[in-house]
Ligand binder design. Sequence first.
Ligand code: PMP
Length: 361
Amino acid sequence: METRAHNFNAGPAVLPEEVLREIQADLLNYKGTGQSVMEMSHRSKEYQAIIDDAMARVKNLYELGDDYNVLFLQGGASLQFLMVPMNLCPNDKVANYINTGVWATKAYKEAKKLGKQVNIAASSEEGKFSYIPKEYKLSDNPAYLHITNNNTIYGTEYHFDPVVPAGVPLVADMSSNFMSKPIDAKKYSLIYAGAQKNVGPSGCVVVIIRKDLIEKFQPDLPTMLDYKTQIDNGSMFNTPPTFAIYIIGLVLKWIEDCGGLKQVALNNQAKAKLIYDAIDNSNGFYRGTVAKEDRSLMNITFRLASEELEEKFIKEAKALGMIGLKGHRSVGGVRASTYNACPYASCHALAEFMKKFQSEN
Ligand code: PMP
């Protein structure tokens, strides 16, 4: 390929071209420091400014004040599956989960492995995770309610925030729709998101924690797995993923320059509409796999009449520069991930190709 692809990867995923160019320009000599950010001490004042800036942008975009902490950690969202119950669920309380797919299942299984009491407050498993449960039932004595806001594999997304009783923390895995739209972040006590879909490269998970939760933290946890260690040390108890955090800061600035989350959400809606319209106007040639009201604006999933036809579709799309369209290995089909940085032009190209492919097949 001589130009950049139309990149529909599910994560790691496309980054804004402007950001890549900025990284390139500063790669050898970051702002006259004579070094790349990769080569810089995390204890230097230059690096402190970079991480402070990225933290401030997270809070600014989600309109959060000093009652929240932002952490940049390692171990991906997958380590948060463990850290959440370890820190937030004492043994005499019950960890509550809404099961909306593979990632939600992995999350509650970690709590079980720790020996915590777990309650599945709702599940869409019997419907092959094709929808978001609208109701749920909390256990007695709940430690928290955990949800997965966007289900990357199936293409379902919460378009509402579940209401929790006062005093019950709402915890959210926002890995695949983080910073994709304005949210009422104050409804959440803890949000985590692997950066590699909407806000940066892999290697860093962003965690947002409301400060009053600190009182509920379990004592005497292993140092690195204790949120308190990470909070007290400003995400620098050990060497943080310095370069990834720098890129996250640049992507968040790019979001602000695009007009902020409101504008980014409008862009994402317009992009997704092109592809969902191609599905809905295809007379069944393309079949959406999830309930319409729960359709994700980030991961658009659909099937064709046969696996052979799906393979042909993906192959021909690739020949036209459209990559990453293969559905997750656990469900098959086609999946177009249209994260923030996926351009409108790429979604337009895909929608046009879908029409052409239909008429030819
Ligand atoms: N949660 C969701 C919703 C995901 O999509 C993913 C990764 N695809 C994960 C968690 C796991 O993230 P990580 O690879 O950063 O551990």
